[in-house]
Unconditional design. Sequence first.
Length: 324
Amino acid sequence: MPRGYNRPLYIQPFDHRGSFQTKMFGWQSPLSDAQTAEIAAAKRVIYDGFLAALAAGVPKEKAGILVDEQFGTAILRDAASINVVTACPAEKSGQEEFDFEYGEDFARHIEIFEPTFCKVLVRYNPQGDRALNERQAARLNRLSDYLADKNRSRFMFELLVPPEKAQLDKLKGDKKVYDREVRPRLMVEAIHELQDAGVEPDLWKIEGLDRRDDCEEIVTAARAAGRDRVSCIVLGRGEDDQKVRNWLAVAASVPGFIGFAVGRTTFWDPLVAWRSKKATREQAVAEIAGRYREFVGLFERADLHPPSAQSSQVGPEHRSSMEG
C-alpha cells in the first residue's frame, strides 16, 4: 500500500479503557466478567449511535470507528462485516510511556482483527526526557516497520504533547497560553523527530489548534520529504462542544486535514444520563447519533466556508486530557 490516507474520515472513537472504567463506572482493575460485559454493553450504545447516524445519512465511506479489543471485540467484527472503517489501539492504556498492550504478542492481536488502522496514543514532548522519547520511538519504529511490511493495517498516530513543568513555569502555569503559543511548534518538532526515527504514520491524529497557520504547519511537517498522501485528523480531547466546534472549523479549512475523531464530547453526557436512568437507551443512542452527525455537518460546511481568523480562536479553558 502506498504510504498515507487522504480520503475524508470522520471517526467515532471510544477506545477508552482505564479512564472509561474508572471515571464512568468507578471500577478498578482487575474487572470481573460481569463488569467487563457491562462496559461492553455501554460501548454498544455508542456504536448503535454511530450506526443510527449512518442510517440518517452520514456517508459510510467517510465514517469510521475506533474501539478497543478488550471491550469492543463484537463491535469490531460487526463493523468489519458491513465494510465500515475500523481502528483498534495497540498501546497499553493509561501509561505515560508508550508500550504495547499485548507486549511481544502485539502482531497477533492486530492480525486477529486486521483493522483498517492500527492506532497508537503517544505522549511525546521533544523537550522532555530524551531517554524516554528514544525508548518510545524505538518501539514505534518497530510497529511502523511491521505494519509497512505486512500491509495489514494502516498506521494512525495520536500525538499528545503535554507540557513539561519547566515549560509551564515559564508561562506561570497558563495552559491556555501553552496550547496556543507553545504546543504548535512542539508538535511540528515532535513529528520531525519521530519521522527521523523511522516512525511513518499514514494518518496523524492531532490535538486541536486555534489558528489556521498552525494547522498548515502541521500538515507541512506530516507531508515532508515526499509523504504527500499522509494526512491529519483533529481530536476532541474531551473538550466542551464549542471548543470542539472551533477546532473542527479551523482544521476543516486546511487541505491535509481530512476529518476528525471526537469521542467524549459526543458520547459522554448521553451515556451518563442513560446510566443514571435520566434517559432511556434509545434516547442516549439518538443523542450520540445527533452529536456525531452535527460534527460531520460542521466539518463539511467549514471545508466549503472557512472560518474567519478571529472566530476560530474563541474558546473556554480546556479540561485536562484523559487517556484512551
